[in-house]
Design a protein around this ligand. Structure first.
Ligand SMILES: Nc1ncnc2c1ncn2[C@@H]1O[C@H](COP(=O)(O)OP(=O)(O)OP(=O)(O)O)[C@@H](O)[C@H]1O
Ligand SMILES: [Mg+2]
Length: 239
């Protein structure tokens, strides 16, 4: 479904992504992990079209995305959340999600219906009239997921949506991802919460200093000596 081919991103004096190649198959939940500054968010920016890679290319459902900007890629079915959440702070929760639904070309009334259904699904329904900026961070992150979901993606890129959540909220979030996945949505998930990502990912990609260090199933990644030394520090349980 998603085919990232030999992508390199150079910023002034810094190589943020270094010849990274990987694929995400339709129906998978793929984890993307690595230390701070490894280039994870930069890779999301390349896939979603926010920045152009210095070299390399991205294919989605066999189509080369090089000439397409973020809006076109979103229309093709690539949705994303932002690590630094930026809801329209002065707008209500509902209107923020309506904006997401409108980007897929729905009429205003259809967009409201989509937004309401999405908010209910994410258990944000009771906050629909709340002004976005007054939500606590954990709920603003969930609103960010709702907005992205309302755009109707086939592939959803989640950038650290579990930071600051308590264990119950993490479990709820994992259950939601699995439920959406069982309905056909494909996921690429950046996460620092290792036990969480290891519970849902079929495959985990490990990025280190811009380069893909290794990839594999959680049970293998959590025991990989190289991964442990650059990132995990000590073996963690994957259950
Ligand atoms: N627009 C930019 N201009 C210059 N340097 C940037 C830019 N965006 C990111 N970088 C740098 O590129 C490197 C990779 O950053 P990136 O945000 O992709 O890392 P990350 O893996 O998402 O880290 P974290 O886990 O902390 O979110 C970092 O050194 C960062 O400072
Ligand atoms: Mg990041």
């Amino acid at each position: 479904m998603l085919d990232v081919q030999n992508v390199t991103v150079d910023f002034v004096g810094l190589r943020a992504v270094d010849h990274a190649s990987f694929t995400v198959e339709q129906g998978q939940i793929v984890g993307l992990i690595g230390p701070n500054g490894a280039g994870k968010t930069t890779l999301f920016n390349v896939v979603s079209g926010m920045i152009r890679p210095t070299s390399g290319s991205v294919l989605f459902e066999g189509k080369d995305l090089s000439r397409l900007g973020p809006a076109d890629r979103n229309r093709l079915g690539i949705g994303r959340t932002f690590q630094v959440v930026k809801p329209f702070g002065g707008m209500t929760v509902l209107d923020n999600v309506v904006v997401g639904a409108l980007t897929r070309g729905q009429s205003r009334s259809d967009a409201r219906e989509t937004a309401r259904a999405t908010l209910d699904r994410l258990r944000l329904g009771r906050f629909e009239n709340t002004v976005a900026r007054s939500l606590p961070l954990a709920l603003r992150k969930r609103l960010e997921v709702a907005r992205a979901l309302a755009t109707g993606p086939k592939l959803l890129l989640l950038d650290e949506i579990m930071g600051g959540l308590n264990p119950t909220e993490v479990n709820e979030t994992l259950a939601l991802i699995q439920e959406l996945n069982s309905e056909g949505l494909t996921f690429l998930v950046i996460e620092h919460n290792m036990s969480a990502i290891m519970r849902i990912a079929e495959k985990v990609l490990v990025l280190n200093q811009g380069a893909l260090l290794t990839e594999g199933p959680p049970a293998v990644i959590t025991r990989d000596p190289q991964v442990i030394s650059v990132y995990l520090g000590e073996p963690i349980e994957s259950t």
